[in-house]
Design a protein around this ligand. Structure first.
Ligand code: 5GP
Ligand code: ZN
Length: 114
């Protein structure tokens, strides 16, 4: 755990998060400022800053969870599609330095890229 990391604090239960899924390795929770209804974040419970720093088995668990959750999240909000993405590094738009995948449900005529 990184003491000043907001996502580590969610994993620890020190600040609230709306859990979508969890297992020993991975936590998925709703984004606090969703780009669309159902916007979900998938993180490893261990602190790794970006994909480059994440062990392959942990990255694989995150990807496996994304694979499971994409259809479930789409179904939950009746979305026909979703944008699934990692902002990998500050210059790419990563604001929280704890690796996370976004599932952003997309809707017809929702204005293009999130
Ligand atoms: P990034 O820009 O790093 O790829 O995405 C960070 C995401 O984390 C943003 O979509 C932002 O809304 C979300 N976020 C930031 N702080 C919190 C928080 O305290 N709780 C939750 N649930 N989401 C957060
Ligand atoms: Zn962290």
């Amino acid at each position: 755990m990184s003491e000043d990391c907001i996502f580590c604090q969610i994993v620890a239960g020190d600040i609230p998060g709306r859990t979508v899924y969890e297992d020993d390795t991975v936590l998925a929770f709703l984004d606090a400022n969703p780009l669309s209804p159902g916007h979900t974040l998938v993180i490893p419970k261990a602190h790794h800053e970006r994909l480059n720093d994440t062990p392959a088995d942990v990255a694989g668990a995150v990807m496996s969870t994304l694979h499971e959750l994409v259809p479930a999240v789409e179904a939950a909000v009746d979305a026909p599609a979703s944008t699934v993405a990692f902002n990998n590094g500050e210059e790419a738009g990563q604001e929280v330095p704890h690796v996370h995948g976004h599932i952003v449900p997309r809707f017809e005529d929702d204005g293009g890229r999130p």
